[in-house]
Write a protein that binds this ligand. Structure first.
Ligand code: TA6
Length: 312
């Protein structure tokens, strides 16, 4: 996605003015720049010796992460557009403060309110781990339950995400959430996923039936599973691209593995031709039995550290 500093129609002038303000307040010379993306919204572009990234202010959503010497790590829908009121499919959507359907009100948006909200930038820094950008979900988007959210993204040799939720209300609140990472793979036929062997999982395609994972995960049909008791890094072995993607989780004991396959991809309509063959979601989460009961005044941090290495 090129950095398109073009003359914008007036309706996007505000974004251009916003960019200037952001650049002045948080830009880091040669490391962190803000621009109005061709996708239709403001995006932060991070450039380091170890990796480059693009992060949209909408949803504080990482759209791209390219480690030095490797191809893009994240899959992004060819139909991705910002500012449409719809969540962007791909990259790392932040599902918060509920995962999936709202527990009490089905009419509320799937996967919460964070993905379509424009987050504020709360800070930026150069650290030994890379460029750090801090996002804050504006209070207007807090649910009635008084939850607040901040996301810290670290771009360096690894990609780090830390989603901090604080309960500023007076009651204990049930929190489910996910860093809904869409990983790019060479071809789904040549992919296996390690680290979940022996874990129980809730099969979303079988009315929530509980099953147990035996051996490595391979994908040859639609898969939609909420793994429980996750205690080790999850590794995607991508044979076609000769790489492995390692995901270290923190504050999480659940992980969703999802691929829509053919029929669901057609229903979704924004996976592009054969898109299901080039992606797999491995999502660091608090979901299923791993729901967080967040007491008044308490906080919980969900973390993912993503690294890419050559195939062993
Ligand atoms: O994380 C898996 C899942 O819950 C699937 O059931 C599927 O719905 C996917 O998320 C995508 O959800 P979205 O709301 O982004 O279309």
């Amino acid at each position: 996605m090129p950095d398109d500093r073009v003359t914008l129609p007036s309706e996007r002038l505000t974004s251009a003015k916003q960019v200037d303000k952001l650049q002045a307040a948080f830009g880091l010379e040669g490391r962190l720049n803000f621009f109005v993306s061709e996708l239709g919204g403001v995006v932060a572009k991070v450039t380091t010796e170890d990796s480059d990234a693009l992060i949209a202010l909408q949803g504080a959503q990482v759209l791209s992460w390219i480690p030095q010497g490797y191809r893009e790590t994240l899959w992004l829908s060819p139909d991705a557009r910002l500012g449409t009121g719809k969540a962007v499919r791909g990259g790392i959507p932040v599902c918060w403060p509920w995962f999936g359907a709202h527990p009490c009100t089905p009419s509320k948006p799937s996967h919460g309110v964070a993905r379509t909200a424009v987050w504020d930038i709360a800070g930026s820094a150069l650290t030994q781990d890379g460029v750090v950008i801090k996002f804050r979900l504006p209070d207007a988007n807090d649910t009635a339950t008084g939850l607040s959210a901040r996301l810290e993204v670290t771009v360096g040799p690894d990609l780090g995400l830390a989603l901090l939720t604080r309960n500023t209300g007076q009651q204990t609140v049930q929190l489910t959430q996910a860093l809904h990472s869409y990983f790019l793979v060479g071809d789904i036929d040549d992919v296996s996923i390690a680290g979940l062997e022996g874990c129980a999982y809730i099969d979303a395609l079988a009315e929530g039936l509980r099953r147990q994972q035996s051996g490595l995960i391979t994908i040859g049909e639609e898969v939609d599973r909420i793994y429980q008791g996750v205690s080790r890094p999850v590794v995607i072995h991508d044979g076609r691209l000769r790489r492995r993607i390692e995901i270290e989780n923190g504050g999480s004991q659940s992980c969703i593995v999802w691929n829509p396959w053919i029929a669901k991809s057609e229903r979704l309509g924004d996976m592009g031709p054969q898109g299901y063959r080039a992606m797999v979601c491995v999502e660091t989460a608090n979901a299923g039995d791993d729901t967080v009961q967040l007491k008044a005044g308490a906080e919980h941090e969900l973390r993912a550290k993503i690294g890419v290495k050559p195939m062993l």
